[in-house]
Design a protein around this ligand. Structure first.
Ligand code: S3P
Length: 171
């Protein structure tokens, strides 16, 4: 069984993914962490030292490797993963079930404002410009996210409730 979670930065992919994986007794993999282990450095360092294009190439390569494996897992993608290199089609053509964790601009802004440092794309954006940045991104990225097999709105929901809803969707 393969489950792939997609959605914008700070939409809760990793938090939800970890809890879902423990309920299903299958491993949880965060694609960013998987890349970090493979490359021996953090995503922020990869952006800084090798640039975003290199990161996108690696992201594609590691995603393909995971999807082609025989393994079962809950995999959380990076916020940009579905939007590059035909990655979303790769997911859709695999045997994985994909879910878009859909969060409003307000939720994403409130969360991201507090956790910018670990995210190279927004680290240097002022709070004033952050909302506009997310809105523009969502406009561009929604097209890819919404291709997922299921779309689930997560605003104001508890993690345990989101996981319960996911289990019903995946049944
Ligand atoms: C990115 C999101 C990040 C990470 C990288 C780029 C994006 O993942 O892959 O910083 O383009 O939205 P998270 O969504 O896990 O923060």
């Amino acid at each position: 069984m393969k489950i792939v979670l997609v959605g914008y930065m700070a939409s809760g992919k990793s938090t939800v993914g970890k809890e879902l994986s423990s309920k299903l007794y299958i491993p949880f993999i965060d694609l960013d962490n998987f890349i970090e282990e493979g490359e021996g450095k953090s995503v922020s360092k990869i952006f800084e030292e090798n640039g975003e294009i290199y990161f996108r190439k690696k992201e594609h390569q590691y995603l393909k490797q995971l999807l082609n494996s025989e393994d079962s897992f809950v995999l959380s993608l990076g916020g940009g993963t579905p939007c590059y290199a035909g990655n979303m089609d790769l997911v859709l053509n695999s045997d994985a079930s994909s879910i878009y964790l859909k969060a409003s601009l307000k939720t994403l802004y409130n969360r991201l404002q507090k956790q910018k440092e670990t995210r190279p794309l927004v680290a240097s954006i002022s709070d004033k410009k952050l909302s506009e940045f997310i809105a523009k991104h969502l406009f561009e990225r929604r097209f890819y996210y919404e291709k997922a097999n299921f779309n689930l709105t997560i605003d104001d929901k508890k993690v345990s409730d989101i996981v319960a809803e996911l289990r019903i969707l995946l049944h």
